[in-house]
Design a protein around this ligand. Structure first.
Ligand SMILES: [Zn+2]
Length: 54
């Protein structure tokens, strides 16, 4: 199972979650520090998303 790294947009905390690819696509993760759901993946889909925006 791959490890995905996330960062919270609210408090800036980063954390890792072990999950399958299917779980990664569906999951709505919560920051373990502030409980915000505004977390972003630090892996490839994060870069794809940001490069599309700008
Ligand atoms: Zn947070």
């Amino acid at each position: 199972m791959p490890t995905y790294e996330y960062r919270c947009r609210k408090c800036g905390a980063s954390f890792e979650i072990n999950e399958s690819v299917a779980q990664h696509e569906d999951a709505q993760h919560r920051c373990p520090n502030c409980q915000s759901t505004e977390v972003e993946s630090l892996l490839s889909d994060f870069y794809a998303r940001t490069s599309k925006k700008s």
